[in-house]
Design a protein around this ligand. Sequence first.
Ligand code: THU
Length: 158
Amino acid sequence: MEKRKIESIIEVYSYEELTEADKLLVDMSIESTNRSYSPYSHFCVGAAVLLDDGTMIHGCNQENAAYGVTMCAERSALFTAGASFPDKKVVSISIAAKDEHGQLLEEPVTPCGSCRQALIEAETRYGHKISILLYGTKHIYKIDGIGQLMPLSFSTYS
Ligand code: THU
């Protein structure tokens, strides 16, 4: 028997340290939290996706009285990109969230398992890694590809 250790690399930034392009995307994901439809959880998640032609797309969680029907912010942005701009590639995504008091989370919000799987599919579809920005008021994580958040994932992409 052997043991294998799997490591993830996550860059940690302050807002001021981000590039101007990343600041724009982060700002848009924060703004997207205000568009959230979350009458059940009162947890407002915003996302913003950058396409390879510079187009930026909003996403936010869309809840439902039948809870399982709820759509997360990340997938709402990714699927909007796929539906509206099928010939453009997703380059990066930023995610932010506000709690039930309307306060932005201090620590970075992290995508659920389904959204991670959707990001793997997006990387497969577009043929490259997607840069992921996870916003918190104290720290921002910048991640070079969903593989860092989901090792040993099911995918045809390597
Ligand atoms: N949510 C997201 O929008 N993205 C995630 O990655 C995790 C959870 C939403 C779903 C639901 O509306 C609320 O957050 C509470 O779970």
